[in-house]
Write a protein that binds this ligand. Sequence first.
Ligand code: GLN
Length: 199
Amino acid sequence: TVTVGVLALQGDVREHVHALESVGAHAVPVRRQRELDTVDALVIPGGESTTIDKLLRAFELFGPVQERLRDGMPAYGSCAGMILLADRVLGGIEGQQTLGGIDVTVRRNAFGRQVESFETDLDIAGIDGPVHGVFIRAPWVEEVGPAATVLARVESGPAAGRIVAVRQGPLLVTSFHPEVTGDTRVHQLFVEIVRDTVQ
Ligand code: GLN
């Protein structure tokens, strides 16, 4: 079985651990480099990207995680995690850095006041049937480079057409939080990517 770390500096770590275990992965929280060294892949949870960025540096994990990503470690980022895996961020705070890896530009807190937090069903490439998307002060993807593939867009409402799921090789990002719905198909998709990558 594959071992998937969940970056456990801030954010909804436990929900990701549960979702990963329920699709047959061994899930472990990662707070130290020695824990990072034991995992095949990493999930970066939702939370606050500016805080996770600062804590990554405080825990001396920023460089080591970036190095693993450059070596091809699979990673999945939801919401704040999407921001951290993006090569470029709009609407960040002064000095905010991302780990990068996915050739996209994301906009932080993109959906605006009226739809700051909302839920909508999504059609995601590679997953059968609609997935219920929960968005909480979420980013969207504003530009996608040639190496990245769009997996889902918002279908209706004021944000119709906005890109909310992208894959680039072993990297997967979603604007929404599948870990809070009890539907484990996005985690299943990620664990399949991990298995294909490490085996
Ligand atoms: N708005 C948060 C940020 O910029 C993300 C919110 C979330 O992860 N639910 O990091």
